[in-house]
Write a protein that binds this ligand. Structure first.
Ligand code: HEM
Length: 468
């Protein structure tokens, strides 16, 4: 059993007489570590983190950026000194794909949009969604029974992505997605994510190119965007018809009125919030659930203990809201999986003014990188970090740890709005799958990380199904 380590003395704020810059790898002339980052970012970040458990300096081309690892320093960036850290250049690039919505907005407009959308994420509302989650999962399992009968294998990641998209669209946008529509939509969403990633991490370099020079990737992304826009506008029009749903995400956005001006949001603003919801909410939960089921397939001892808990509490049926507090081990398994495989593995901020992070100086204007992946895998924070051990999340061990040792959903006021929805969905899906199937990784199938927007398996996760 693992016990957490704490590093309480790390958060320093006062500037010593001779403040140093953090250590970091040299990288190549001009390009710095950018080529290695593009090739295998998590490997680079973990390798660099070995140079200092607190902060490391990374040269992205001509720009210095600072990877913040130590939990109390992460807290300083996300919470205690949040006014010094804005979304910055990379999130600016994000707007090409996510639009100007909750994820990319700042200041008063962000607060207004967060207040408008928040009711959809209140616990009372989320509790009404559990039946949708269970219903969609039950349909998936029916399909798996046929596949098992026909001895067909599955790509677990694809299955979980499709399921999470269906649940998201039904839960928030009152739209069900039949197979043909999914087949049409999925490549768009995939392309958007791939293009976002390329734009995002190359942003500092791309920004050196004059804005009026058309980049090929911008042109092709416009085509992808057009298809997504058409589909989202179709949903907005549907919601303007008589008898349209009046209590979902789109209705909430369409009915919002600015307190001072009385103005509604424009259709474009509504569209931006819809695509933000879809792009931020489906691949994250889908890959999160896939990684958790993969981890269980690799750890039969953990799976057996989970099966016992599920058998006692559910006895084969789908979970209801009132069951969730009675399934603590399930929650621990989900957390441990989000620790080892945090779907949002890194995200940036820009430092507005100079700051001190621990003993290191962060100059004004630098990019600051937060990586749940690196903090979650840091041996200075976690004992034996590569081991899959849900006991880390029992109440005693959790109480000993910094809140920011584990932060798959971020923290502070910009914490993920969908975190409780995501956790609930992962619990429901995993509980139902584990009660009906054993999943076995196809022999010889490589499971390697790829880091698009989310941490996901490069070649999928090929599994064979075994009915329990
Ligand atoms: C396992 C699943 C998920 C993970 C790991 C995750 C992770 C994150 C993280 C780390 C952030 C903070 C980014 C930052 O501060 O720069 C974030 C923000 C956000 N997430 Fe999630 N997320 C998940 C699921 C969802 C879902 C299901 C939704 C919507 C239904 C969602 C919508 C959002 C939105 C709108 C924001 C921006 C919030 C704001 O700034 O006000 N996420 N998410």
């Amino acid at each position: 059993m693992s016990s957490p380590l704490t590093r309480e003395n790390a958060a320093a704020t006062s500037k010593p007489a001779k403040a140093r810059l953090a250590p970091g790898p040299d990288g190549l002339p001009f390009m710095g570590v950018l080529p290695e980052f593009m090739l295998n970012p998590t490997r680079l970040l973990v390798r660099s983190a070995a140079m200092s458990p607190d902060v490391v300096r990374l040269k992205f081309g001509p720009f210095d950026s600072y990877l913040v690892i130590e939990p109390e320093l992460v807290k300083r960036v996300l919470q205690d000194n949040i006014q010094n850290y804005c979304r910055g250049r990379i999130y600016e690039r994000f707007k090409i794909f996510f639009g100007v919505g909750l994820l990319t907005l700042e200041g008063e407009t962000w607060l207004y949009h967060r207040r408008v959308t928040q009711p959809q994420f209140h616990m009372e509302h989320l509790n009404t969604l559990i039946e949708t989650m269970a219903g969609c999962t039950s349909d998936l399992l029916d399909r798996w029974h046929l596949k098992e009968r026909d001895k067909q294998s599955i790509d677990l990641e694809e299955e979980m992505l499709r399921l999470s998209l269906r649940i998201l669209l039904k839960s928030f946008l009152s739209t069900d997605i039949a197979d043909p529509a999914y087949k049409e939509l999925r490549p768009y969403l995939k392309a958007v994510v791939e293009k976002t990633t390329r734009h995002m991490w190359f942003a500092p370099l791309v920004d050196l190119i004059p804005k009026n020079v058309p980049l090929p990737s911008t042109r092709s992304s416009q085509q992808v965007q057009a298809a997504l826009r058409k589909w989202c506008y179709g949903m907005i029009q549907e919601h303007r018809r008589e008898n349209a749903p009046d209590d979902d995400y789109i209705a909430l956005l369409l009915n919002a009125r600015d307190k001072q001006t009385g103005e509604p949001l424009t259709d474009y603003q509504v569209y931006d919030e819809i695509r933000t919801l879809i792009l931020a909410g489906y691949e994250t939960v889908g890959s999160g659930a896939a990684w958790a089921l993969y981890a269980l397939s690799q750890h039969p001892d953990v799976r057996r203990r989970l099966e016992d808990e599920l058998e006692k509490v559910l006895g084969g049926r789908a979970p209801r809201v009132e069951d969730l507090p009675n399934l603590p081990y399930l929650q621990m398994v989900v957390n441990e999986s989000l620790r080892l495989y945090p779907p949002i593995w890194a995200y940036p901020r820009d430092a507005i003014n100079e700051d001190m992070l621990g003993e290191y100086r962060v100059p004004a204007g630098s990019m600051v990188l937060l990586s749940p992946y690196v903090t979650h895998h840091s041996p200075a924070v976690w004992e034996n970090p590569e081991a899959f051990d849900p006991e880390r999340f029992n109440p005693e061990n959790t109480a000993l740890r910094s809140r920011f040792a584990f932060y798959p959903f971020g923290g502070g006021q910009r914490q993920c709005i969908g975190s409780r929805y995501a956790l609930m969905q992962m619990q429901v899906v995993i509980a139902m799958v584990v009660q009906q199937f054993h999943l076995h990784l196809q022999p010889g199938h490589p499971v390697e990380f790829s880091t698009l927007n989310t941490l996901h398996p490069k070649d999928g996760i090929k599994m064979t199904l075994h009915k329990k």
